[in-house]
Design a protein. Structure first.
Length: 420
């Protein structure tokens, strides 16, 4: 069966669409390489999307279609998380050969670390969590993994009352007509994608930092959110924008900040499957120095609720990006990397903010409490997970990308940026 790539088309030629997670595992018996490989293969087979590959038709439409030999891998490494990210960010995932996940494991005395990197077309942050759960379930010796069907979001899935305002339909129609007449218009290939990766990552590198809140500090954060009458996301946003999380998380914003948020779209079809089932919203906020952190958090929460409670805001970006000619979306991504240029894609690139200097101030993804087990028992092993770290993709339209996830009583906040 073929699945059309529609609302997530911008992820196809974007050179930074990799989600990373790191987790430490405590075993009753440290598994052999053979058992790790076997568990990984079982987990891959259990998720339909990981047994597909991406194809681009001659007319420019792109699809997932079955792949006989999935290209995802797991291997031992001597490198830590930082080095794995550095080595892999310039190596494109061969999604045309079914490569969606690269996983690594580093076993040192007293610590067993697993690193998972996944292309966004394999799924969103929750998707990678669900894969990790499948993997450790299999690694504990369970072989009866459920077959989980693929679910990607299409415009047909979106609520009827979420349609775009007429103005945006006119704007998109104008750009599509410009692109249709553009002498540089063409269908792009995986060779173009390879050139984009090589050129972009030859001159760019990323950096990340992490803050953890755990134990009594975690309990205090929950209490602070309760007393502030704000969500954890709103409270942490206030602390980030106000510069209250330490220098590694960035300095205070002195001007109004444009803040994007990744939002789970699984409420449309509740499921625990893999696939890019996310949408996004954004707010503009000027941190008020004369107000308390709690007051700023409540202000941010009001802005968030206004967007989240209104389907036209909540699902706008999915309607918006899916309405463009798909090859024009590809052209914008390639324009950003410098391997393609046309008048139409240059104008749209500027409009969408695909610009390292003039882009959104920050993007925040809070996976909240990890929606997976942290304890696994099977006939061969017992596994406990701890110290989960999450790095969202270094998207082309944000300067600072923050990833938040909680496992047990430990909350991790990462900041992913381009080195300057």
């Amino acid at each position: 069966m073929r699945y059309k790539i529609e609302t997530e088309r911008a992820d196809l030629f974007d050179v930074g669409m990799v989600i990373t997670m790191s987790v430490d595992a405590v075993f009753s018996e440290v598994p052999s390489d053979e058992k790790i490989q076997k568990a990984f293969a079982l987990a891959i087979r259990s998720h339909e999307v990981l047994n597909t590959k991406v194809v681009i038709d001659p007319d420019g439409k792109a699809f997932y279609e079955p792949c006989e030999k999935p290209g995802s891998t797991i291997s031992p490494t001597t490198k830590n998380l930082e080095h794995c990210i550095s080595e892999n960010e310039g190596r494109r995932f061969h999604i045309d050969e079914g490569e969606y996940i690269r996983a690594y494991y580093l076993f040192t005395p007293g610590k067993n670390t697993f690193i998972f990197q996944m292309h966004h077309l394999g799924g969103d942050g929750k998707s990678l969590l669900y894969f990790i759960e499948s993997f450790f379930f299999a690694l504990s010796g369970n072989e009866d993994l459920d077959k989980i069907p693929f679910k990607n979001t299409t415009t047909e899935d979106l609520p009827k009352n979420s349609k775009m305002p007429f103005f945006y339909k006119i704007l998109i129609r104008r750009y599509n007509k410009m692109w249709e007449k553009d002498p540089d218009r063409r269908v792009f290939t995986f060779d173009d994608m390879q050139k984009a990766y090589e050129k972009f990552w030859n001159i760019n590198r990323t950096a990340f930092s992490e803050e953890t809140i755990e134990g009594e500090e975690f309990d205090a954060l929950l209490q602070e959110a309760h007393e502030s009458r704000a969500s954890i996301t709103a409270l942490l946003t206030a602390k980030i924008v106000g510069g209250h999380l330490g220098r590694d998380m960035g300095e205070a914003f002195k001007e109004k900040a444009n803040i994007g948020y990744a939002v789970d779209a699984r409420e449309l079809f509740p499921n625990r499957g893999m696939g890019n089932q996310a949408t996004g919203i954004s707010i503009d906020y000027l941190y008020k120095e004369d107000d308390s952190i709690a007051e700023n958090a409540r202000n941010i929460l009001r802005l968030l609720k206004k967007k989240l409670d209104h389907p036209k805001y909540r699902y706008f970006i999915l309607h918006f990006m899916a309405a463009f000619d798909p090859t024009l979306v590809d052209a914008v991504c390639l324009e950003y990397t410098g391997v393609f240029h046309s008048k139409t894609s240059e104008k749209l690139r500027s409009l969408l903010g695909y610009d390292q200097e003039k882009t959104r101030d920050m993007s925040i993804t809070n996976l909240t409490r990890a929606d997976i087990k942290d304890h696994y028992e099977g006939p061969e092993n017992t596994v406990d997970l701890k110290d989960l770290t999450f790095l969202p993709p270094i998207v082309s339209y944000a300067k600072n990308v923050f990833g938040i996830v909680t496992l047990g009583k430990r909350l991790s906040i990462t900041r992913h940026t381009f080195k300057r």
